[in-house]
Design a protein around this ligand. Structure first.
Ligand SMILES: O=C(O)CCC(=O)C(=O)O
Length: 344
């Protein structure tokens, strides 16, 4: 697999047609200095404060790592994160994700201007943003090569923006993109025990675009572009991502509603409890065509994982674990758990 640097499309920002043309050709855009650095830094400091409060960071004075760009990033206490009980870890990550400034950052005018230019019409910013606090300990489990569309559904014209909140270095790894991989629609998957979901896109990956990124830089890519998080063998990787789609096209309910609580619980953590905040429930005022999540592909994958488990295929281990934890069918979940135990 050949690693090449991202193609820098920053100079095309002034030329909407060429920018859209580059996205249509390559399936992604690497754009420098799109988000205001001070706003990115504010979110980073708030996330780090929550991490420090949870005891996840080493003393900055003794172990802080000075990044090439001059951002001082404390080192993660990998053992402390690993020792943290699951529910506490989830609560800390949820507190990070709730930060109002994180949500606001992903609505920045400078970013929305780019996305509106690319989509050529008013944009719906998906309410469900993603914050990724990736400690080096998780390097063995990566997101794996995947496309966003099967999970996001709704409009096939949806775009993802991925942005680092701290510098991405060769050690922390960033987001790797398979250029021009977006042209054949939804691609088949294969079982892969080393990825978060247990599957990855089943295509030969000969050339990958990746590289360092600075806070403020953004990668924009299509819902069909194959991409994946790179292994993190260095320090903390902090990033945020969000999906944007034409306002006039269908949006999947799961991109709007929360499955682990209620938006009011999120807003209660915002200044003034989010009352009169234009970012609270902003989509409720919009004329959205909200559609249900189509679970058929998930069900087919669960069936495949079970069949592979019955053949004692070790590649099915993670997919069986995911099926055991998340299948809507209790009998399928129980069989997946039993097959997983037999594989161990
Ligand atoms: O940041 C990562 O590790 C993966 C991100 C990703 O896959 C995405 O934004 O769709």
């Amino acid at each position: 697999m050949e690693q090449q640097p991202y193609t820098d499309s920053t100079e095309l920002l002034a030329d909407r047609a060429r920018l859209a043309g580059r996205l249509a050709d390559d399936g992604y855009l690497y754009l420098r200095d799109v988000l205001p650095e001070a706003e990115v830094a504010r979110v980073r400091h708030q996330v780090l404060a929550l991490a420090a409060e949870a005891g996840w960071l080493r003393e900055a004075t003794t172990t802080g790592t000075s990044q090439p760009t001059g951002v001082d990033l404390p080192a993660v206490d990998v053992e402390a994160v690993a020792r943290c009980p699951g529910p506490t870890r989830q609560a800390v990550q949820k507190a990070m994700w709730c930060l109002r400034d994180l949500h606001a950052l992903l609505h920045s005018t400078s970013l929305l201007t780019v996305l509106e230019a690319l989509l050529g019409e008013p944009v719906l910013v998906h309410p469900r943003k993603v914050l990724r606090f990736v400690a080096p300990e998780r390097s063995s489990v990566v997101s794996g090569w995947h496309q966003d569309y099967p999970g996001v559904q709704g409009s096939p014209r949806t775009l993802t923006a991925w942005t680092p909140l701290a510098p991405v270095t060769p050690d922390t790894g960033g987001l790797a993109i398979v250029p021009r991989s977006h042209r054949d629609g939804v691609l088949p998957l294969r079982l892969c025990a080393g990825t978060i979901v247990g599957w990855e896109t089943d295509v030969p990956v000969d050339v990958v675009h990746s590289g360092p990124m600075n806070p403020g830089d953004v990668l924009v890519f299509t819902a069909h572009t194959v991409h994946g998080g790179s292994p993190n063998t260095g320090g903390l990787r902090l990033s945020a991502d969000c999906r944007y789609q034409p306002l006039s096209e269908p949006v999947c309910r799961d991109c709007v509603e929360l499955d682990d609580g209620d938006w009011d619980d999120v807003y209660r953590t915002w200044p003034g409890q989010g009352r009169d905040d234009p970012l609270a429930h902003y989509w409720r005022e919009l004329p959205l065509d909200i559609v249900a999540y189509d679970p058929r592909a998930d069900v087919a994958r669960e069936r495949e994982a079970i069949a592979a488990g019955r053949r004692h295929d070790p590649a099915a281990a993670r997919a069986l674990q995911v099926t055991a934890e998340h299948s809507a069918d209790p009998a399928v979940a129980a069989e997946a758990a039993a097959l997983l135990r037999a594989l161990a």
